[in-house]
Write a protein that binds this ligand. Structure first.
Ligand code: HEC
Length: 216
């Protein structure tokens, strides 16, 4: 018989083609064949996956209550919250204010506050100019009477229409900004009483073109 070897040959050929055809470049939803089971394949939990093992259904565990991340111990309440042990806002900035802190405050104010509160703190910034959004003036009685800790708190938690700047501005910079806000207020008061006018920060042309100052 000469037919049998030919049939067998054809079979072998087709199976080789069939095997090699899908050996590479083929996708499958089934797990790959793993002739040598190793640690690549083992039961394990992947981050952010579900779990039937734990009661809460999550594979990841919560940190032990009271866990403090490295650098996360915030014992100095006044520095981190603006409030003293009695829960009241601290009257004055709880950091030593030197020239570097003042300069940092002036610079951070320019970045984070000036767009809305303007260079002089009259609240005639971009929100007011473009959207007529009432933006607080730092020179109104209410804010002048705020303890330093309360200004810190407004930056940290936001207030009314103003968003919180807790994450973009670290606490030390928030205090530096408070220093600068107080400086703006002092200069305005001084100029109002005729002591000094030259020191006030110059407002840009657009910042002053709006409604008359005050905005209480
Ligand atoms: C996106 C605009 C915007 C920015 C930026 C902004 N503010 Fe304000 N701020 C406002 C508006 C609007 C109000 C008025 C909020 C209200 O009364 O609803 C306000 C109010 C305040 C008040 C008065 C809060 C009160 O109790 O009445 C203080 C103080 C203040 N801002 C400080 C700051 C400081 C300091 C910065 C910079 C870190 C800053 N703001 C950045 C828009 C802004």
């Amino acid at each position: 018989m000469t037919a049998r070897p030919r049939v067998l040959g054809a079979l072998a050929l087709t199976s080789v083609i069939a095997l090699t055809g899908c050996a590479r470049g083929c996708t499958s939803s089934r797990p790959p064949i793993h002739p040598n089971p190793s640690m690549d394949d083992q039961p394990k939990v992947l981050p952010q996956t579900a779990s039937t093992f734990f009661y809460d259904g999550a594979s990841m565990r919560q940190p032990v209550p009271g866990t403090v991340p490295i650098g996360g111990l915030k014992e100095d309440a006044a520095f981190f919250t603006g409030k003293g042990a009695d829960g009241q806002f601290v009257a004055t900035i709880p950091v030593t204010v030197d020239e570097a802190v003042r300069e940092r405050g002036r610079q951070r104010y320019g970045i984070y506050c000036q767009p809305c509160h303007d260079a002089r703190g009259d609240g005639k910034g971009i929100l007011f100019q473009r959207g007529n959004v009432p933006t607080a003036s730092f020179h109104q009685d209410k804010i002048l009477k705020y303890p330093d800790g309360q200004i810190f708190d407004v930056i940290t938690n936001g207030q009314g229409l103003m968003p919180s700047y807790r994450w973009p501005i670290p606490p030390a910079d928030r205090w530096a900004i408070v220093t600068y806000v107080r400086e703006l207020e002092r200069k305005r008061l001084a100029s109002a009483t005729g002591v000094s006018t030259s020191a006030e920060a110059p407002a840009s042309a657009e910042a002053t073109a709006g409604k008359p100052a005050g905005n209480k």
